[in-house]
Design a protein around this ligand. Structure first.
Ligand code: FAD
Length: 487
């Protein structure tokens, strides 16, 4: 679907010419770009969900920071708009052009620059695929501090540009803490070398933080320095079946008390998410009986006997106290992977539905599922859900309970404006009224930018726009996205 309704091309941007393409060839050579061929351009013009599609005629594939700098300087001088692109797995339409912006793909910048085996600090090009880095570190006894379902395709640069959270945030914290340094090419081509490998450095403004979560709007991240944890010697994964979200919260609260320092993930999903997975794939190692809610608990530690004992006691307590109805513990690496692939498979399963309205919100944990139930009722009341011919086919919830983060997905047989009009801004108002955020980890892109006011004050938005204007006065970077279009 071409889905950029109401967008008008900003005619301040230059239209690409043959001379521009020839200039880029002098920087990258003939093989460093894709030009004009619709089939070859298609994967760069279309997002992961196939919801947003741009019309770029040119993809540039630099291999060095200097080439990125030369490209940006030229684009800035010529007022050519640019979209930085990593693995193109983003879920808010931020990684694809809206019109004819030049795509700057980081695919070719995929070298590991160095690794300090004592401190666990990795330096790498921004285009390295997350899973490749994780596997490379694994051989050295380390791992990446973040993990997500898109790990096989997403880039570390894209992760940082979106400030991706994912499955390990509960234990290892956000990228605002683990990223130690960045190399960024600014819109005018200036190379900002902030590739610090220091854990402590209180000298001046912490500039790298500006780029973490900036979604390609103020600079191209080309290099990354990141603190990586030791790979745990003992990992356990357990799955619990529960009757209510009240019980999910009790299980979470108790896990923090009893599993404390070895708790590394606490994920939940509802039965609708499981049914959605089953519709498109076969889950492995899931308990036979079905329950309204499930939680996946992971522990990571250094002493298997100690961890096993703690987990067993915790699970026994959950059953005796009537919090959990059933529980299984993965017996080996294959079963651990089976349970994780179920949790990671929901996004993919939903991606196979004809249409999905995706929301990624955060709020105080006790309110999380109330939001889902309220949305189901709201859609029923609005006449679009609950009848055999309703456009909405299901409302599916899963997420990172430990982080107060809910992925709310409204599956539909087709996209319809009366459905979106019922959801937005209703959901954003609900979230704002409950002190939540309209985008917990996926970012703003084109999907949420106009609703930023539900999560940030006018003073904050004004300051963001001032910063954007200062760093990108020609507004060439990832236009039409991230910040609201209204003044
Ligand atoms: P892209 O999609 O290519 O780009 C995303 C944004 O970053 C765009 O605005 C782009 O312009 C910008 N960008 C990319 N690279 C650079 C760069 N080098 N410099 C400057 N800007 C850049 N997110 C979570 O937070 N947690 C999850 O658990 C999670 N699970 C996911 C599971 C699946 C199956 C999928 C498909 C996505 C999931 N995501 C999740 C979404 C997440 O935002 C992305 O997967 C990932 O962080 C984006 O990385 P990418 O390299 O694909 O970036």
């Amino acid at each position: 679907v071409d889905k950029f309704p109401g967008y008008v091309r900003n005619e301040n941007y230059k239209q690409l010419t043959e001379q521009d393409v020839d200039h880029f060839k002098t920087i990258l050579g003939n093989n460093g770009l894709i030009y004009g061929n619709e089939d070859d351009l298609f994967p760069f013009n279309t997002d992961w969900m196939h919801k947003f599609r741009g019309k770029s005629q040119l993809v540039l594939k630099p291999k060095t920071t200097q080439q990125v700098s030369d490209i940006m300087r030229y684009c800035n001088d010529q007022k050519l708009a640019v979209v930085p692109q990593g693995g193109n797995t983003g879920l808010v339409g931020g990684s694809v052009p809206v019109f004819d912006e030049v795509v700057l793909s980081l695919q070719g910048m995929n070298k590991i620059r160095g690794f300090d085996n004592v401190s666990g600090i990795l330096t790498a090009d921004a285009g390295c695929v997350l899973e490749v880095l994780d596997n490379w570190l694994g051989e050295k006894g380390y791992m990446m501090p973040l993990d997500l379902g898109a790990k096989g395709s997403c880039h570390i640069g894209g992760n940082i540009a979106t400030n991706a959270g994912g499955l390990r945030l509960l234990r290892y914290g956000s990228l605002h803490g683990t990223v130690l340094g960045l190399e960024v090419v600014l819109p005018d081509g200036t190379i900002l070398d902030n590739m610090s490998t220091l854990r402590k450095d209180n000298t001046g403004y912490d500039l790298k933080q500006l780029f973490i979560g900036s979604e390609g709007t103020i600079g191209v991240i080309t290099g990354v320095s990141i603190l990586t944890p030791h790979k745990p010697k003992a990992v356990n994964v357990a799955l619990l079946g529960l009757n209510s979200f009240e019980d999910v919260q009790k299980a979470f609260k108790q896990s923090r008390i009893e599993l404390s320092e070895i708790l590394s993930a606490f994920e939940f999903w509802d039965t609708n998410a499981l049914q959605m997975f089953k519709k498109h794939a076969t889950p492995k190692d899931v308990m036979e009986k079905e329950y309204p809610f499930y939680v996946l608990i992971e522990t990571s530690g250094s002493n298997k006997d100690h961890d096993d004992e703690k987990l067993t006691t915790y699970l026994e307590n959950m059953m005796v106290d009537g919090v959990a109805e059933d529980g299984v513990v993965a017996q080996d690496e294959t079963q651990i992977r089976g349970l994780w692939s179920l949790r990671e498979g929901f996004t993919e399963a939903l991606g196979k539905e004809p249409a999905v309205y995706k929301y990624d919100i955060s709020m105080p944990v006790p309110k999380l599922y109330e939001c889902v139930e309220d949305m189901r009722q709201h859609l029923r009341d609005g006449g679009v859900f609950g009848q055999p011919d309703s456009p909405v086919t299901d409302v599916v919830a899963y997420g990172h309970v430990g982080d107060g983060n809910l992925h709310l997905n409204i599956a539909a047989s087709r996209l319809e404006s009366r459905v979106s009009a019922l959801i937005e801004p209703y959901l954003f108002e609900w979230v704002a009224n409950h002190q939540g955020s309209i985008s917990a980890e996926h970012g703003l892109g084109v999907a949420k930018n106009e609703f930023l006011g539900y999560s940030k004050s006018p003073v904050m938005i004004k300051m963001m726009k001032t910063m954007k204007n200062m760093l990108d006065p020609n507004a060439i970077m990832n236009p039409y996205k991230y910040l609201p279009s209204s003044p």
